[in-house]
Design a protein around this ligand. Structure first.
Ligand SMILES: Nc1ncnc2c1ncn2[C@@H]1O[C@H](COP(=O)(O)OP(=O)(O)OP(=O)(O)O)[C@@H](O)[C@H]1O
Ligand SMILES: [Mg+2]
Length: 244
């Protein structure tokens, strides 16, 4: 079997004096869709930040395609085909939609073009000339996903991509993720919606206080729904002023 697309191997990491991750080992293979679950503050975003080289591995290793990239820069890691939709979206408020998308484009590296992003999210085409800060929360989230796709990733990582969005907008985003999965893209998803995760993911990784508490296939998690519910924050009702 070929090496996984990426793996973290017994990684310790943290911030200044606080250690947050303790011996974290997980991997995602080509074409696999994996959920990273855990309650607030358990270390999900820190795991993602470590994967992308935004914080260093204090111990353990980061492998991409089986190659040791423990000491690689965030830029070198992204170039290996990892695309991040960060918590909080982080789009450019003073660039318009089109400019936001072009800013991260790596042309020639794969199939993604403006036209394909607009086909995935027709709303973005309607809003192409609007500034980032004129978009609704849902549109900003679509833009953040589109921007990550413009880097032509082999692995897309979504950190709370449906957080705080109205149900209809959430459904649009899940539909887009389902479409990307059908195209064979590997995806790592952090989200609070257990039913959506059980529907779309092949495998689940559960974190608790910086440790991997459980990992397994969807069928196993379905059979032990209690385990999943114990490790997911109950999704808050969407704010009523959010119209998407
Ligand atoms: N920049 C930082 N500096 C210091 N400590 C941090 C920093 N970011 C996160 N932490 C701490 O690291 C721990 C894990 O946080 P992390 O953001 O990885 O959790 P999470 O699982 O993504 O939570 P959430 O569901 O709220 O997004 C928490 O105790 C948090 O307070
Ligand atoms: Mg987080």
């Amino acid at each position: 079997m070929s090496a996984p697309l990426f793996s973290l191997d017994a990684v310790d990491a943290g911030y200044e004096r606080a250690q947050v991750l303790f011996g974290v080992s997980m991997a995602v293979a080509e074409g696999e869709v994996v959920a990273l679950m855990g309650r607030n503050g358990m270390g999900k975003t820190t795991t993602i930040n470590t994967l992308f080289g935004l914080i260093p591995c204090r111990a353990g290793r980061r492998l991409i395609d089986g190659r040791d990239m423990t000491d690689a820069s965030p830029h070198a890691i992204a170039r290996r085909g990892l695309g991040l939709v960060p918590e909080g979206r982080q789009i450019f408020p003073r660039l318009d939609v089109r400019e936001n998308l072009i800013a991260t484009a790596r042309s020639g590296a794969g199939p993604w073009t403006l036209a394909r992003v607009y086909a995935l999210f027709p709303r973005l085409q309607e809003r192409a000339a609007n500034m980032g800060n004129q978009l609704s929360g849902g549109e900003q989230q679509m833009l953040a996903i589109g921007r990550a796709l413009m880097t032509n990733p082999r692995l897309l990582v979504l950190d709370e991509a449906t957080e705080g969005l109205a149900p209809l907008i959430r459904a649009e985003i899940w539909a887009a993720i389902t479409h990307l999965k059908a195209e064979g893209l590997a995806i790592l998803i952090i989200d609070k919606n257990l039913d959506a995760l059980l529907n779309i993911c092949d495998r689940h990784v559960v974190m608790e206080r910086g440790h991997i508490r459980w990992q397994g296939a969807t069928a196993a998690l379905r059979a032990d729904r209690r385990l999943a519910e114990d490790h997911l924050e109950i999704a808050a009702a969407p704010p009523s002023q959010e119209r998407g």
